[in-house]
Each structure stands twice: as structure tokens, then as C-alpha cells.
Design a protein around this ligand. Sequence first.
Ligand code: LLP
Length: 429
Amino acid sequence: MHGFSYKNGSLFCEDVDLSTLAAEHGTPLYVYSAGTILDHYTRLDAALGEIDHEVAYAVKANSNLSVLRRLAQHGAGFDIVSGGELFRVIKAGGDPAHCTFAGVGKTRDEIIYALEQGIYSFNVESAEELAYLNEVAGELGRIAPAAVRVNPNVDAKTHKYISTGKSENKFGVDFGAIAGLYERASKEFKNVKLRGLQMHIGSQLTSIAPFIEAVEKVIPLVTALKEKHGIEFWSIGGGIGIIYKEALESGDPAWWENQPEETRPLTIERYGKELVPRLRNLGLKILLEPGRYIVGNAGVLITKCLYEKKGAAKTFKIVDAGMNDLIRPALYEGHHEIVPLTAPATTEQVTVDVVGPICESGDFFCQDRPLPDFQPGDHIALMSAGAYGFAMASNYNSRPLPAEILVEGATATVIRKRQTLDDLIAGEI
Ligand code: LLP
């Protein structure tokens, strides 16, 4: 569920008319619903309510300071993947003691910074990294809190670029090598305190089965680690998928009720119902690292149609956002629902490609998709763009980054200014 719907023929975010925002702030423009973000956070928190747990929001999905601040104020922890993300969390008022630090390639500077800030855990991805963490912590005269990421070799059944829990992926330590590594660490790595175990099998999982498979596979391991090494937490990662194909429709609770049982998408309530009984008696604090679930359906990218180009084979609607603003379709064949800001007067559709201005054939938002026949000057929204949208945007083709707006009820706040041409060259000589 989310805060985007038509009211009297205009697409609104909460109580704000998106056409007004587009007119005032220009396009391309990211708009987020704070109510949706906090609703998702609160529902996930509640779904795990029966057990000792913490929701560590995956900052990489959307790292705007105002988004982080709202989540920190509601008690979220944070899963970070760089010194830069830790810096953002601290600036937003987040507590480093509730931060976990993931990633296969942490640098010396990042390790030192995170140690000095007192993070909760380094989620370590190899024996080599654990040895290095031990070394750097020793130099600083500190004990580094850590967890090893186990690769459970479970197929997350998602796009190959965002599947992480198979042996052929670069992530984590092989399931069979974990017990030996904890044993070795307890003897050799005196500057490391292994306080947990971590896993994350992939992103955009829309069925519960891979989560159950991974949890059931790792329970005996985590139980043994608790007995032998006294670990206190288990992070089961993020990865909960969202609705992309009928994003607008899914804002309505009735849409969910009307989904047939067999094909009903994963809900957070189901996630909690299936996992909580399996996790309840482990005596461990359970961490979650959701990114997309919290912010994905809470954001849209608004863009304006510039031209309609009728080619020999296709009709192209050329818009003012490009793959530099939202790269998911180009990179993962990601589907984003496209809806006009003004509800179409007829149900007639035309089959088109919606493309950006970038000099690449991969610069498209959809191909051969039936859509309402919007015209140059009209605005459209690319739905479900709150996660991995702005966060993955770039200045490619020397295009300034778009502005970001946060809506709270009837209030819209610019939470990041549109870049200027001067911003584009700042730092260059
Ligand atoms: N924890 C770890 C260790 C991760 O690597 C990730 C995501 C998450 C948590 C959060 O996963 P989520 O709950 O958001 O699925 N750019 C891609 C997604 C990349 C995900 C990377 N890791 C996309 O746009 O689909």
C-alpha cells in the first residue's frame, strides 16, 4: 500500500497534487511519500513484534538525509555499505551503535571510521577481511564487533544481478566453512568479537519460499554458533520484494484482497507469520535489512513528455528523464508502471517505447507497452521509483541530478535541490 492515487482526475501523493509540484519544481523530479515510508517501516516492525528484533534499513536503497532522519526518529537501525553511508546516517541523527556495515570491499579508512564511531557490527564477507579487521582494530587498540556473512547457497529466484545467496556469487563465506572460521577467529583474532551471523540471499523476492529455505538451512548453524561462541544476533538480511507491475492499483487495500490465493504477492504480514515461529526460540536478536520494501513503492519519478517521434517500426515518446535518473529498466530490465499525472479521458491506448534523451539505445523506461496516448507537454509518473532510483542516479551526459521532494500530508518539502550547471563542474579544474 502507498500514498499515490488519483483524486478528481489528478495524481496525488498524499494530499499534494503532483502536477502542481511538477509546475513548481520542474522535471525530472523525485517525489516520496513520508507516510508510506513510515507505514512500511512500522508494519514490518510490528510483524516481528513478538520477537527480539531490530529493523536496520538498507541505506543504499534511498540515502536522502530527510528519509534517514524520519526512520531514525521512528527507531530504525541502519545497514550501511560505505563510510559515506555511515556519514549520512550520523548527519541524519542516526545512532552508529545501531548500524551494521556490509560489503565485500571495506577499505582501511572505512574500517577506522566505523570503529571510531562505534558501530554495532562489521558484517564480514571473507576470512581475509576478518583477519584484516582484526589487524586494524589491534592497531587502534580496539575490539571490532563482527558477524560473518554466510552464503547459504539458496536460489532467490530473482534477477541474476540482484541474486546474492548462491555459491557462484561473490558474497559471503561458504556455508560449510563458517564453523571453522568462527573456531579460528576465537583462537587467532583477539581484536575481533564475533557477536552474530549475517545472511542476505538476494533482492526483490516475491515469494516466501526462498526465505524459508534459507532460514531453515541456517538454523542449525546459528544454534551451534550461539552455543559455542555465544553469538547474540542473527541478521536474516533484506530482499522483501514489492509490486512493480500494478503499482498504482496496489495502493488500494482492495487490490490485495482481490489477488487469487496462488499468485498473491508476498505481504509483510505473511513474511512475519512464516518466519517468526521459526525464529522465536533461538534466543537470538533478529536483525532485518530491508531497503526496497520500505521506500520502493513510496516514491515516483515525474517526467515531462518532450516529443513524440513516429518511426517506421515504432512510436517513441521522448521524455526529459533518462537512464541517468533511473537506471533500473536499463540495468535489470526493471518494470516501472507509467501513469499520466492527469487521468486519461479515454481507455484507448497506444503501443509505444518511452525513452530518455541519453545517447544510448538502453535509455528506455518501457518498450512496446500499451499506454494512454500522452502528448508533448504532458507529465507522467514512473511508479515504484523510491528505491534504487535517485540512489543510483548519475551525471552521465552531464545532466544535473534531479530534485527530491518529501510529502507529508499536505506539505511538500524540497529535500534535495536540483543540481545546477555549476554543481556539475564543482571540484574540476
Ligand atoms: N542487505 C544486504 C547485504 C544487501 O546487499 C542488500 C541489497 C540489502 C540488504 C537490501 O536489499 P532489499 O531489501 O532492498 O532488497 N539496485 C538493485 C538492488 C540491489 C540490491 C543490493 N543489495 C535494484 O534496483 O533492483
